[in-house]
Design a protein. Structure first.
Length: 292
């Protein structure tokens, strides 16, 4: 099983040996989701969790990665349960982009309900009281936790997810700018999950990342202070998904929607379209919406 799954940590984490020790101990648990035959296509579900982020990635072969869990409103548990069905209680990895309530709040119930192989995050302490509850539940469930940064990577069969932000020497004044950004290459496509990355960090990010991408998880729910013109002109995503719910911030803003339209991206938003599923095979994207 260790030949099928590989998670590479850069020297700054200094946890490579600990990781492999954990994998040996959890051999029958951590990657239980790949023991059944999986679909041949990549499926990325942008979950309708209200004003927050949550994405479920099901890799070709069946391994499952949950990125963020939305606010503590029960929506992520409902969405994941609908997609996985009542008998599947395994999520191989959870990646928390950063510890803000609209990203981690729903993960507490997910960790209680599902057998999670490991949680990956940026190592910053969350200020919301619920974050300590999440850490407590992870300890009670004996779920391994690893701190990641730029250069760390997950590889499963032919799929590879690389943490491309933040670099080890960077700490932004805004916690949103320290978010883990994941670039996922799978099934002939590339997807960028940006969390709440803002405009200031985007400029530095572009000095390190220049890929044309197929699919963009739009930063910070479509805030006007993210997803800049320069950012989009480099990445040129074909499809852009905005995860957003009822809010008082004006998300998504007309400025951001206009910039996405200007580059010709096809725009989806979870407040209008519900959960958005992108299925990828041989580089071709098929899109489905699941409105409530």
């Amino acid at each position: 099983m260790l030949n099928d799954i590989f998670l590479k940590l850069t020297p700054h984490s200094k946890r490579l040996l600990l990781l492999f020790a954990a994998l040996v101990v959890l051999d029958a648990v951590l990657w239980g989701g790949i023991l059944f035959p999986g679909a041949q296509n990549l499926k990325i579900h942008f979950l309708s969790v209200g004003q927050g982020d949550g994405e479920l990635v099901v890799f070709p072969g069946g391994a499952k990665l949950l990125i963020d869990g939305g606010p503590p409103n029960g929506r992520v548990l409902e969405e994941v349960g609908t997609l996985l069905g009542p008998t599947d209680r395994t999520i191989d990895l959870v990646l928390l982009s950063h510890p803000q309530l609209d990203h981690f709040g729903g993960l507490i119930e997910v960790v209680k309900r599902y057998r999670v192989g490991a949680l990956l995050w940026n190592g910053e302490e969350g200020v919301a009281g619920g974050f300590q509850d999440l850490l407590r539940v992870l300890r009670e469930r004996q779920t391994p936790v690893y701190v990641l940064g730029r250069g760390d990577a997950i590889r499963y069969k032919e799929s590879r997810g690389e943490i491309v932000w933040p670099p080890a020497n960077y700490r932004g004044k805004d916690p949103n700018d320290n978010v883990l950004v994941l670039a996922l290459k799978s099934a002939g496509s590339e997807t960028l999950f940006t969390g709440d990355l803002g405009r200031e960090a985007e400029q530095k990010f572009l000095t390190m990342f220049h890929d044309r991408i197929d699919l963009l998880k739009v930063g910070h729910h479509g805030s006007k202070f993210a997803t800049s013109k320069e950012f989009l002109n480099v990445l040129k995503p074909k499809v852009a998904v905005i995860e957003v719910g009822k809010n008082n911030y004006g998300h998504p803003t007309q400025e951001t929607l206009g910039r996405l339209k200007d580059i010709g991206a096809r725009i989806f938003r979870t407040d209008h379209d519900g959960t958005v599923t992108v299925e990828v095979g041989d580089g071709k994207l098929k899109l489905f919406t699941h409105s409530r």
